[in-house]
Ligand binder design. Structure first.
Ligand SMILES: Nc1ncnc2c1ncn2[C@@H]1O[C@H](COP(=O)(O)OP(=O)(O)OP(=O)(O)O)[C@@H](O)[C@H]1O
Length: 296
């Protein structure tokens, strides 16, 4: 079953493109990554889904309900962490969290306590005394305190130190195991790689690739690193499927997609000192799509 379904969802800010014709779905129980560079449209997508801004055209549903018409009903079961959090400074952390909890018709006090302990957040501090990272933690607790069925996170780890990032990821995985679906935007590929089941790559407001992590990394490209006894000749690696070549006098590194025998035949003419064939990082896959901008 799909928790989120987008059908040609489009948002223009006046004449400025936010997102264009986004069509994809996020399935129940999935951790779905949404990656793209600054300005690609990640925040616009999430904010449109939450009905904080109105779509220009197209439609989307969450839990089978229309994101515009049924926004208040949808919000009951959605947790949201915006990329930047703003608060009333003169409140204490616990006052703010209790205030947030008052919007839901359930007792969230136990969960607030648990989450604050995991995230190492002092409930008695005043918001104005908190660092950026600690304010982010308040946002995390605020987004999760009502045990939402769907968690939407916009660049959630910016401002968190590595230890807190790890705790936060553990927390998300725990929520996911309990049944929550997660959509998570990021431009940090390593974290998407660690956590997500499927990933959509967004560029200039459009989805340019959507696949599971294994396919994105494994099936397509391999990175070859070779070292040779002799100098590399001109025209070596002039093969279809070879990309991103970095050549030195006696070494080369390149991405390859296609029949592995063809590239091995090309390399068999060389006196090799060393060869390493590895799966590319998601970063390399991403840069490839980002530069090419299509599915070639
Ligand atoms: N309130 C706004 N008014 C006008 N244009 C906007 C507004 N918000 C976003 N945009 C534009 O929409 C496009 C998508 O921006 P968006 O913030 O969704 O990207 P993003 O992928 O979240 O980027 P970032 O990682 O920088 O947050 C950009 O061209 C941006 O300038």
């Amino acid at each position: 079953m799909s928790v989120i379904v987008l059908e040609k969802l489009t948002k223009y800010y006046g004449k400025t493109r936010g997102i264009e014709d986004l069509t994809f779905d996020v399935k129940e129980g999935e951790i779905f990554g949404f990656i793209g560079p600054n300005g690609a449209g990640k925040s616009t997508t999430i904010r449109t889904l939450l009905s904080l801004i109105r779509p220009t055209s197209g439609k989307a549903t969450i839990f089978g309900m229309d994101i515009v018409k049924d926004a208040p009903e949808i919000a009951k079961n959605v947790g949201y962490l915006p990329s930047e959090v703003f608060y009333y400074d003169n409140m204490k952390v616990k006052e703010l969290l209790n205030y947030s909890a008052s919007f839901y018709k359930k007792d969230c006090s136990k969960r607030i306590k648990e989450l604050s302990e995991v995230m190492d957040l002092d409930l008695d501090r005043k918001i104005e005394d908190l660092s950026f990272g600690n304010k982010k933690k308040v946002g995390i607790v605020q987004g999760l305190l009502h045990e939402p069925k769907l968690i939407l996170l916009d660049e959630p780890t910016s401002g968190l130190d590595p230890l807190m990032q790890k705790k936060f990821f553990d927390l998300l995985e725990e929520e996911n195991k309990k049944g929550a679906t997660v959509l998570f935007s990021s431009h940090i590929l390593g974290e998407v790689q660690k956590l997500c089941h499927r990933v959509a790559i967004i560029k200039d407001g459009r989805i340019i690739r959507l696949d599971n992590i294994e396919n994105l990394r494994g099936e397509t490209y391999k990175r070859f690193n070779i070292e040779t006894e002799d100098k590399l000749y001109n025209g070596l690696l002039d093969l279809p499927g070879v990309d991103d070549v970095l050549k030195d006098e006696k070494s080369a590194s390149f991405l390859y997609k296609g029949d592995i025998n063809l590239v091995m035949k090309e390399l068999s003419g060389l006196k090799l000192k060393n060869i390493l064939i590895e799966e590319p990082s998601l970063e390399e896959v991403f840069m490839h799509y980002y530069e090419k901008g299509d599915e070639s």
